[in-house]
Structure formats: C-alpha cells, structure tokens
Design a protein. Structure first.
Length: 357
C-alpha cells in the first residue's frame, strides 16, 4: 500500500471517507423524517412550494449532518487517494437504504439487500488494494503536477468534450439520451475533485502557519472549484428533471468515479507503483460496487415473485405442485388422457337431449 510513513495518513483519510458516507446517508433520513412530520401536521409540502421545513428541527439536523459529511469528505481528499475516497461515496447510498428501511418503513427487496452486500464487499476489496498516491504535501508540488503534459492533455480533452456535449449534443439529444448531461457532470467532476485535493493541501499548510493566502494557486483552485461545481449542479439537475432518478444515479456514479480515477491516475500517479494484483483488486472492487449500486437502484421498486426465479427452479416448483395435485386427486397418470373424451361425450349427450326438447 505504500511506505510506512504514509499509512497513518491513509487510515485518517479512510476514516474520514467512511464517516462522510455515514453522515451524508443519515442526513437524508433526518430530512425525510422532518418533511413527513410537516406533512402529518397539514403544512404545505416542499414539493408544492412550501418552506415550512425551515421551522422543523429534524430538517436542520439533517442539513447539519450533510454539512459535516461534506466537510469530512473534503478533508479525506487531503489524506487518502482520490481513487479510494470517491468510490467509497457509494456507502452513503447504502447507509441511506438501510436506515430508510429501519426508520421510514421503506421496503428493501431482495435485489436491494444483495446490492448492499455487494457494495460492502466491493468497498472492502478497494480498501485492501487501494493505490498509494505519490506524495503531494505542498502547493509547490501541486503546481508541478498541474504542469505535467499528461494532465494538460487530459484537462483539454475534458473541456473540449464538455463544450461539445453542452453546445452540440445537448440541444439535439439532451432530452432523449441520459448520457449527454451525465457525461458533462462526470467529466467536469473529475476536475473539481483535483481542485478539492489542492485546496485540502492548502488548508493543511494554512493551519501549519505557512503564508498560503499569498499564493495565487490556492485562489485559482478555489475559483475553478466554484465554476466546476456550478456546472455539475446545473446539468445534474437537468438530468434528474428529465429522467428517472433510479436511472441517473447509478450511471452518474459509474461515470463520475471512472473519470475521477482516470484524472487521479494521470495527475497524482496513483497507479504508477502498483503491482498487477493490486490493480486487478482495485478494478474488481470498483466493478463490484457498481453492480451493487445498480441492483440497489435499478430494481428498487420491483417486487420479488417466483416468476423471477431461473427456469430450472420454476420447473422444479411446477413439478412439485403437480405431484401434490395428483396425490390430492388420487388419480393415476394413465387415466388423465381419457378424462377430456369422457367430458366431451357427456357434453354431447346433454346437447342432444336439449335439442330433442
């Protein structure tokens, strides 16, 4: 995983990332509970334009948890690799799903439970095989990273592709293809994570007493972060307004995390000193998380019925019920083909009697 000196930093970042997911996942439950309490009191709902939730302490508690979670996530990028911190954001979805089934009486079907298990397993595998990034401890080293030709090419490709998606593909296909706006959010999001990483380093230097406020790079990163987040929020809201949330959320998670992992690999050289088994483990863990999130969201409203079983299980179930019915009737299978002809004969006799009358 890296040198021994980097292990304490790694574990601090890992703890902050897990705590961030717990706080963010719990914040949704608290805010939902507050909104439900307002609904029971007959107050105007938020979806109808009401703002009564501002007077509900549960909603404010949820907002506070959200702020703490985002702050912990922000700090995690200063200690752990972005390739680890970003995928662990999926745990907030898991926490929200489990708590909602406990405190909001929302049913978590079999697909959702399997998705939760897969997310936990994938996160564990990613933690075990997480890359140890090349040490970046100051704004000077961050500036050198940003001057790397590989990152410059990546950033230019991201900006050009985002502009094409916004101004060319957006007006034509944005209303019919979910990938257009989600790709914009994911591509720009990879740059915003790099800005967060740099600002985290700047804050660490500020607390250590260095004159960071005089460095222009910190302010440039702050301005770029505000612009990137604004673009992300704008186009993510467009995607959510047009398409179903259960479709947007897993696609956005996959594309955003993939873009962040690519950006981190190019900028911080996180994969440079990894052995083959660690690379395979990291990719496998990420794909396992993706599978879990897909199951948790895509089949959230689908009830589990026996018709969803594999064919061989359905066949066994049919044979079992058939044997039960044959036992109940006390009839031999050899006599079953004769029953329809006997019924037909009795039916024709009744018809002839009716015609004679």
């Amino acid at each position: 995983m890296g040198l021994e000196g980097g292990r304490p930093r790694f574990y601090v970042g890992l703890g902050l990332a897990v705590a961030s997911s717990a706080f963010i996942g719990g914040s949704f439950i608290l805010k939902k509970k507050g909104l439900l309490r307002l609904c029971r009191r007959g107050r105007t709902r938020a979806g109808q334009g009401g703002h009564a939730y501002l007077q509900e302490w549960l909603w404010w508690a949820g907002l506070l948890c959200m702020g703490v979670g985002e702050a912990a996530n922000f700090a995690a990028y200063a200690f752990a690799p972005a390739t680890l911190v970003t995928p662990l954001g999926a745990l907030s979805v898991l926490v929200s799903a489990v708590l909602s089934s406990t405190f909001l009486n929302e049913q978590l079907n079999v697909h959702g439970k399997i998705g939760c298990i897969l997310s936990i397993l994938g996160s564990t595998v990613m933690v075990i095989h997480a890359p140890q990034e090349e040490e970046v401890s100051s704004l000077e080293s961050m500036a050198e990273k940003l001057k790397d030709p590989g990152f410059i090419v990546f950033a230019v490709c991201v900006l050009v592709s985002s502009l094409l998606l916004i101004f060319v593909a957006g007006p034509r296909y944005g209303q019919s293809n979910v990938l257009v706006y989600v790709l914009v959010c994911s591509a720009i999001g990879s740059l915003s994570v790099s800005c967060v990483k740099g600002l985290g380093i700047a804050l660490k230097e500020l607390f250590s007493g260095k004159p960071v406020l005089k460095e222009p790079l910190g302010w440039v990163l702050l301005v770029c972060l505000v612009i990137c987040i604004s673009i992300q929020i704008n186009y993510l809201n467009k995607a959510l307004d047009i398409f179903n949330t259960s479709v947007v959320t897993p696609i956005y998670y996959v594309l955003f995390t993939t873009a962040v992992m690519m950006c981190s690999a190019i900028l911080f050289k996180e994969w440079q000193h990894m052995v083959l088994d660690s690379i395979i483990g990291t990719i496998s863990g990420f794909l396992t998380i993706v599978s879990g999130i897909f199951l948790l969201h895509a089949f959230r409203d689908m009830p589990f019925t026996p018709n969803l079983l594999p064919l061989f299980l359905q066949q066994g179930r049919t044979d079992l019920h058939g044997s039960w019915r044959s036992v109940d009737r006390h009839q031999s299978c050899q006599h079953q083909p004769l029953l329809p002809s006997e019924d037909k004969g009795s039916q024709s006799t009744e018809e002839e009697e009716g015609e004679g009358m």
